[in-house]
Design a protein around this ligand. Structure first.
Ligand code: SF4
Length: 573
């Protein structure tokens, strides 16, 4: 029997290599970003900013290391750069006990350096001359400038809890008075169509809780689950309007019974998709047990019903499988690759289950490195230890070129979708599909080099009169607490199913001008936003994609009401 190591990569040495490689890449990207203009931009029109920029970029690097890398691993991380012309900086970054010490060391180094040194010496001497050669005064001013940025002043936990509070307030506005007024405007519109067409898919959120804390997760605060749920009537509603349903939310491991019941209840649905984080696959046995339960539910459907299958979507990326340190500095994988290997190994044995790994786009997506490095390589290694060979069957590019987050200024097409097989199951391809991360929730704090962003797509949307497509997915998402929201804009609610009834909610879906405008990335929403807020330019600068921008602009119920009014006025004008 194959050894199934549930402790995943139990070897701290292997974990430490992954941890250091990941942090080193992030460190390098951040230093490059700072030295190639970001710090200069932060300094703005401060006097002598050209001379200050390099030093402050490395002061940023010092605090970045303190904030993001466990002390035991800093030296190893920096060792890769110690043969470069900046070796002295690596030494300072490693040995300085504080920002002040780093700055003093930097000043002393250049003061003692030979005349024919690089430009940084001249910069430092000019700054020093402004303080009449008083290095303590210069160090104090540099530290004051640094502190004015207020960077790394909070722990991630504090920053996340602040973002969580904002999220809670935002969801607190869901179906508030302003939202109700908005929906009343929609209700008053004529329903020329009168009948809801079939949806390509519908979503169901049984619960939002999740014990994990992935750094890219869009949810920190989780709306509570209502006690008054009536899944059966919800299932019948969904069944009447689509052949494809997705169960999603937080970690649904403890809510699988709802999924099985849906499979047994929904006669017309052919595709039962579920998004899981893979945490359930703690052993081969547990994995088989879970997959067998899914198949059992499929087999329990009456023989006279249309055939159905399961689309098992498992999150698999550098964030879910990130190597992190606990408070004692011991390393572990957030969700071990070993668990994903359990699923990849088991799924091809069940013809009723199609496995799809959902991946977040990063710099590796720009070449076949996607399959030879990073988390995919770790999966190949784990499967190899069990005697499996993995073969990539196909890969397909994204529709648009995107910017490589690791190489500023470099654009290209990237691998969006792929399929692969295990050699023992050549007829059971496994899919891998990748998407970008919008800067919602925790992802607000991700560094620019960590994932692909859609800034160019945003610029294109802002430039064009007509939408280039790919707006918000406005199919419906049904929450067990009664909320009905848009599929990919879960802050836009069309009512409470239990209070408003299905007919009314569906008629809103047919008539809501705001949903339509979001689906089309209608630029008139920008103007309507500006009529009541004066920070549109700031929002555009902050946005990681058009979805992120339009999400930000519609987060407040008052804005949603105003936009709906203006869209209705525009339609009758
Ligand atoms: S990304 Fe998924 S697994 Fe991670 S915290 Fe969010 S819901 Fe949980």
């Amino acid at each position: 029997m194959l050894k199934n190591k549930l402790t995943s990569v139990t070897d701290q040495q292997e974990l430490s290599q992954i941890y250091v490689a990941n942090r080193r890449q992030r460190f390098k990207s951040e230093v490059n970003r700072m030295t190639s203009g970001a710090m200069r931009e932060m300094l703005g029109d401060q006097p002598h900013s050209d001379d200050l920029s390099f030093l402050l970029s490395y002061l940023y690097a010092f605090f970045w290391l303190q904030h993001n890398v466990e002390p035991d691993y800093r030296s190893h991380l920096l060792s890769a750069f110690k043969n470069s012309p900046r070796a002295f900086l690596m030494g300072l970054l490693e040995s300085s006990a504080s920002g002040e010490e780093f700055v003093r060391g930097y000043i002393n180094y250049w003061v003692a350096a030979p005349t024919e040194s690089p430009v940084q010496r001249q910069q430092l001497l000019r700054l020093l001359a402004l303080h009449h050669g008083d290095s303590e005064a210069l160090a104090a001013e540099i530290m004051a400038t640094w502190e004015s940025f207020r960077l790394f002043s909070r722990t991630d936990a504090v920053a996340f809890s602040e973002i969580g509070r904002r999220e809670r307030d935002r969801y607190g506005e869901m179906l508030s008075d302003a939202d109700r007024k908005r929906l009343a405007l929609v209700d008053a519109l004529p329903d020329t169509n009168g009948k809801t067409a079939q949806f390509a898919k519908l979503g169901i959120i049984p619960a939002m809780g999740c014990p994990q804390t992935c750094r890219h997760c869009m949810f920190i605060w989780r709306p509570p689950k209502s006690q008054n749920q009536d899944p059966e009537s919800l299932y019948q509603l969904v069944d009447a309007h689509t052949q494809s349903v997705l169960f999603t939310g937080g970690d649904l491991t403890l809510h699988m019974d709802h999924f099985y019941r849906a499979i047994r209840s929904m006669r017309h649905v052919r595709t039962f998709a579920i998004l899981l984080n893979g945490d359930f696959a703690s052993s081969s046995e547990e994995t088989d047990k879970a997959l067998r339960s899914m198949v059992k539910a499929i087999k329990e459907r009456p023989g006279s019903w249309p055939g159905a299958h399961i689309l098992l979507q498992i999150s698999f990326d550098e964030f879910h499988q990130e190597v992190i340190a606990d408070k004692h500095g011991a390393l572990r994988e957030r969700i071990p690759v070993e668990k994903i290997a359990n699923i990849v190994e088991a799924a091809p044995r069940y013809k009723e289950i199609q496995l799809a790994l959902l991946h977040k786009q990063n710099s590796l997506n720009f070449s076949m490195d996607l399959f030879h490095k990073g988390v995919f390589a770790r999966l190949v290694r784990r499967l190899g230890e069990r005697g499996h060979q993995l073969q990539v069957l196909s890969s397909a590019p994204s529709a648009r070129e995107k910017s490589n987050p690791a190489i500023p200024g470099k654009r290209g097409s990237l691998i969006k979708d792929a399929s692969f097989i295990l050699n023992r199951h050549p007829d059971s391809p496994i899919m891998l599909t990748s998407s970008t991360i919008d800067a919602f929730g925790r992802a607000e704090l991700l560094e620019a080099g960590e994932s692909v962003r859609e800034k160019e797509f945003l610029a294109e949307v802002l430039r064009r009169n007509a939408s280039p497509g790919e707006g918000f997915d406005t199919d419906l998402m049904f929450w067990f607490n009664g909320w009905v929201t848009l599929f990919s804009a879960v802050h836009i609610s069309l009512g409470n199913l239990y209070e408003d009834g299905a007919e009314r909610v569906l008629s809103r879906q047919r008539k809501d001008p705001l949903s339509r405008a979001l689906h089309n990335f209608d630029r008139s929403l920008l103007g309507y936003y500006s009529e009541i807020h004066d920070d549109l330019d700031e929002r555009i600068t902050m946005a990681s994609s058009p979805h992120h921008l339009f999400h930000m602009l519609t987060e407040s119920a008052d804005v949603r009401l105003h936009m709906t009014r203006r869209l209705i006025e525009k339609a009758v004008a």
